[in-house]
Design a protein around this ligand. Structure first.
Ligand SMILES: Nc1nc2c(ncn2[C@@H]2O[C@H](COP(=O)(O)OP(=O)(O)OP(=O)(O)O)[C@@H](O)[C@H]2O)c(=O)[nH]1
Ligand SMILES: [Mg+2]
Length: 313
């Protein structure tokens, strides 16, 4: 086994950071290490945290990490494209909260930005979760801003997904309508210190009533005030209850399968994109096909078929 893989498996934070960077950069050395560490992954419980911008997700994630540490668990945190990243923004003003986490060897925090259009992002996030998992973290938390399909896809990594909203729905209702309802295992209404909390919870409960049926687990709605560490213990108890539910109903294995399916598709997609658009010979070919399409000598469908036929040869 390579030295880097060995150091990752022993939990060395520098090695973990290095390997995540390889994935982000699409460095081929990363793929080789990922092959080696895969057999050691699968033991971490993965919590997805998504929801509207500025809902207090990062604050909540920090508080969950603190509570998990009190429960003796080690924690990996992956924050995807945060507008207020862990390294700055709103949390910069919260030095005490951050310093405690950063200086704790049982916690690893990584922010990942959205990359170019070919979307190296999703597969790097999958890798980061797998790396933290293999490194021995008991729990891995993934924070994403729930706006687009990419985030919904990323959340497939999670065993338990929480959707974070805030009082005074408005935007939040839109988020729910945009398909977030289906992915929520737990709803969290954060900023419970704000006016309108009761009404928001009631509106959410009536929305859940609509999709709720007999024999189906009812998605719980929890209230938190992350900035004052309120409601976090109850929230993690609810995560435990959800874990027990998916483990006893066979859904846990289904979710893990969905995670690896999403990852596999993503790796293939990325490799194909690289093949088609980055390889010099194909690049030249695509240029000439584009020229012919524009001159009406060829249509895009035939051009695509020609490229695929070349690939499959
Ligand atoms: N009133 C109130 N403010 C809170 C609470 N939790 C977090 N905040 C504040 O909300 C702001 C946004 O918090 P973040 O944790 O950065 O929110 P986020 O959802 O991670 O934001 P993005 O990643 O940018 O989408 C900060 O100013 C926090 O201090 C809360 O329970 N009550
Ligand atoms: Mg955030």
């Amino acid at each position: 086994m390579s030295e880097l893989a060995e150091r990752v498996l022993s939990g060395d934070p520098r090695a973990i950071a290095r390997l995540i960077s390889y994935s982000e950069d699409g460095d081929p050395r990363g793929a080789e290490e990922m092959k080696v560490i895969h057999p050691k992954a699968g033991n971490a419980y993965v919590i997805g945290v998504t929801g509207v911008m500025g809902a207090g997700k990062s604050t909540l994630v920090c508080e969950m990490a603190r509570e998990l540490r009190r429960r003796g668990k080690t924690v990996g945190i992956v924050a995807v494209d945060p507008t207020s990243p862990f390294s700055g923004g709103a949390l910069l003003g919260d030095r005490i909260r951050m310093n405690e986490l950063v200086s704790d060897e049982g916690i690893f925090i990584r922010s990942m930005g959205t990359r170019g259009m070919l979307g190296g992002l999703a597969s790097a996030v999958f890798d980061a979760v797998e790396i933290l998992d293999a490194s021995g973290k008991d729990v891995v938390i993934v924070e994403t801003v729930g706006v687009g399909q990419a985030e919904v896809d990323i959340i497939k990594i999670a065993d338990t997904t929480m959707v974070v909203l805030v009082p005074g729905l408005g935007d939040s209702i839109q988020t729910i309508k945009a398909g977030i309802m289906e992915i929520a295992d737990i709803f969290v209404v954060n900023k419970a210190d704000r006016p309108g909390i009761e009404r928001t919870v009631a509106e959410l409960e009536s929305l859940i009533d609509l999709s709720h049926g007999p024999g189906i687990r009812r998605v719980p709605v929890l209230q938190t005030t992350a900035k004052d560490s309120k409601g976090v213990t109850e929230l993690l108890d609810e995560v435990n209850a959800h874990e027990a539910y998916i483990r006893s109903s066979g859904r846990f294995d289904e979710r893990r399968k969905a995670r690896y399916q999403a990852e596999l598709v993503e790796i293939i997609r990325k490799r194909l994109m690289t093949l088609i658009f980055d390889e010099d010979k194909f690049k030249g070919r695509i240029e000439s096909l584009l020229e012919r399409i524009q001159q009406k000598e060829m249509d895009p469908y035939s051009a695509a078929e020609e490229i695929l036929a070349k690939l499959l040869k």
